[in-house]
Design a binder for this molecule. Structure first.
Ligand code: F6P
Length: 531
């Protein structure tokens, strides 16, 4: 393959050489869309690399796959489902047809219902059972029914209604629910139970705990009406739980859990920031969708980022990608991206069912800057592994405090410069460092980074940023020829846990069929669990 031969040349080139060779590299290797500027010049790429990568995208049918997704075709092959998170942010006058039905009117009908409800809660028209105003919203969900809402709430907290508190409960560990509710007044608390299937163990268990907690104080089962709403695709299970479907906000099987933060799953986000800001977020998503759908690949941000990820993953053998937001409000963004990227592209079988003979999805991880600098950046700068990093920053801060924003951004730019160019042994020695210490103090550099720079963190920018990563994931998955929209790998652990529950609860329950490690651990747990 031409890229293999090209890689053999590129692997010996230092970023210093690439920059020395082209004084306009920093401007040339950049692209912009939907308010996001991507500088990808500090990567191991030349025009030739891009030409070859873009050719791979063409050869792998990326154009066709994008078009198929936007047309509502069932590109989630193993679940036989359309993949239409883009329909969630389509304007009213667009038509997207699934199984003969235009889904856009239904999307807007739910958005309108959400807006009415969110507004009622925000302005105090929707009251608790005893007539008190709702002051606390607790969203219960897990995975895609939690990570998006938590991330979006934290990211857009600046725009949130400050006289209300928002909490999120996901873990089946009782500590999560207990700590989230310990200082709340049930009379002032609204629970939003979010689950696409409404059968997820963690969510249903926490929802039952919430119901008990609420009714313990309010006494009357009628109170559920005022204190619980559901977000789901499964009205039957919602009814079974005891929430009337008039209090349910729906979505559809063509929305994957990890692609659902802009569906009704985002109800807590909408209550927090208000319907107008929520719609602005959807506009940001849509702007990036349109960019992805229509812009030639060589200027297409998600395509470029996806191809770079493939380049490092499959040629440089990078195992991870670090995502480093220099924005405190984005502190949960890496956690959100972990599900989006790894549940999507953590696959070892192609769309045709064959085992792949190449690496697929890398591990995504990260922390906000500058905190990470004082923790794991040492390994990124001087370790033996290549870790491509995405740096994310904003030109304006939402919270001006002295010159702190300049300090923050100086650190971002300095890190990408240091990672790319390093400091040679000679430079270190020239600074007076003794020979024996110089190897420890020198930096090879040549560590690749993307920088994503936007003007200001707004609902629109957040939408565009999330859509950018969503479509980068699709780009990568298309090249690897995998189904980025199923998640069969989570099933086995769920089934085994279900089987084990009685074995833990009942000390007499036999333990057949376990390996010796697991049965010893279970026995030990049973012996000590009573304290
Ligand atoms: O276990 C993984 C998963 O199925 C995710 O894909 C999903 O986001 C999460 O569980 C929660 O599922 P649900 O929204 O159906 O409760």
């Amino acid at each position: 393959m031409a890229l293999d031969a090209h890689y053999q040349k590129m692997r010996h080139l230092h970023l210093r050489q690439l920059f020395a060779h082209d004084s306009r590299r920093g401007e040339r290797f950049a692209a912009e869309a939907a308010g996001i500027y991507l500088d990808y010049s500090k990567n191991h790429v030349t025009d030739e690399t891009l030409r070859l990568l873009l050719q791979v995208a063409e050869d792998c049918g990326l154009r066709e796959r994008i078009d198929a997704m936007f047309r509502g075709e069932k590109i989630n092959a193993t679940e036989q489902r359309a993949v239409l998170h883009v329909a969630l942010r389509a304007p009213k006058d667009e038509r997207i047809v699934v199984d003969g039905v235009d889904v856009v009117p239904a999307v807007h009908a739910v958005l309108d219902r959400m807006a009415t409800f969110a507004q009622q809660v925000r302005d105090g028209q929707w009251r608790g059972y005893t007539g008190k105003r709702i002051r606390h919203v607790v969203s219960i969900g897990i995975g895609g029914s939690d990570l998006g809402p938590v991330m979006a709430y934290e990211a857009l907290r600046y725009y949130s209604q400050r006289d209300m508190s928002f909490r999120f409960v996901s873990n089946v560990d009782g500590t999560d629910f207990t700590e989230a509710t310990r200082d709340l007044d049930p009379e002032e608390t609204l629970f939003i139970v979010c689950s696409k299937t409404f059968t997820t163990l963690e969510t249903l268990t926490n929802a039952h705990a919430a119901r008990t907690w609420c009714l313990h104080r309010l006494g009357d089962a009628q109170a559920v009406r005022k204190h619980f709403v559901a977000v789901s695709t499964n009205s039957e299970e919602v009814t079974k739980f005891g929430i009337d479907t008039s209090q349910m906000f729906g979505f559809w099987d063509w929305v994957g859990g990890r692609y659902s933060m802009d569906s009704a799953i985002g109800l807590s986000t909408m209550i927090a920031i208000g319907p107008e800001n929520f719609r602005a977020m959807l506009d940001g998503f849509h702007a990036m969708d349109e960019h992805f759908r229509t812009t030639p690949f060589e200027r297409n941000l998600p395509v470029l980022m996806g191809l770079l990820a493939v380049w490092y993953n499959n040629f440089f053998e990078a195992q991870t990608v670090a995502v480093l937001p220099y924005e405190q409000y984005l502190k949960r963004f890496p956690a959100y991206l972990q599900q989006l990227t790894m549940e999507s592209n953590g696959k070892h079988v192609t769309l045709d069912g064959d085992r792949v003979d190449y690496q697929t999805g890398p591990v995504y991880w990260g922390e906000p800057g500058t905190n990470g600098q004082h923790s794991f950046y040492q390994l990124v700068h001087q370790g033996t592994r290549l870790i491509p990093c995405d740096f994310i920053g904003f030109c304006q801060t939402l919270n001006p405090l002295g010159h702190q924003h300049d300090l923050l951004m100086a650190n971002l730019f300095a890190q990408t410069e240091a990672l790319a160019f390093g400091k040679t042994l000679d430079e270190v020695k020239a600074g007076g460092t003794p020979d024996w210490l110089a190897p420890h103090r020198s930096f090879e550099g040549n560590r690749p980074t993307n920088t994503l720079l936007a003007e200001r963190l707004t609902p629109e920018t957040l939408g565009a940023l999330v859509a950018l990563y969503e479509h980068s994931v699709l780009t990568q998955g298309t090249i690897w020829n995998i189904d980025s929209f199923d998640q069969w790998g989570v099933e086995l652990g769920k089934a085994l846990a279900q089987r084990m529950i009685p074995e833990l609860e009942n000390a007499d329950e036999p333990l057949p069929g376990h390996d010796s490690s697991t049965s010893t651990l279970i026995r030990r747990y049973r012996r000590f669990k009573a304290g």
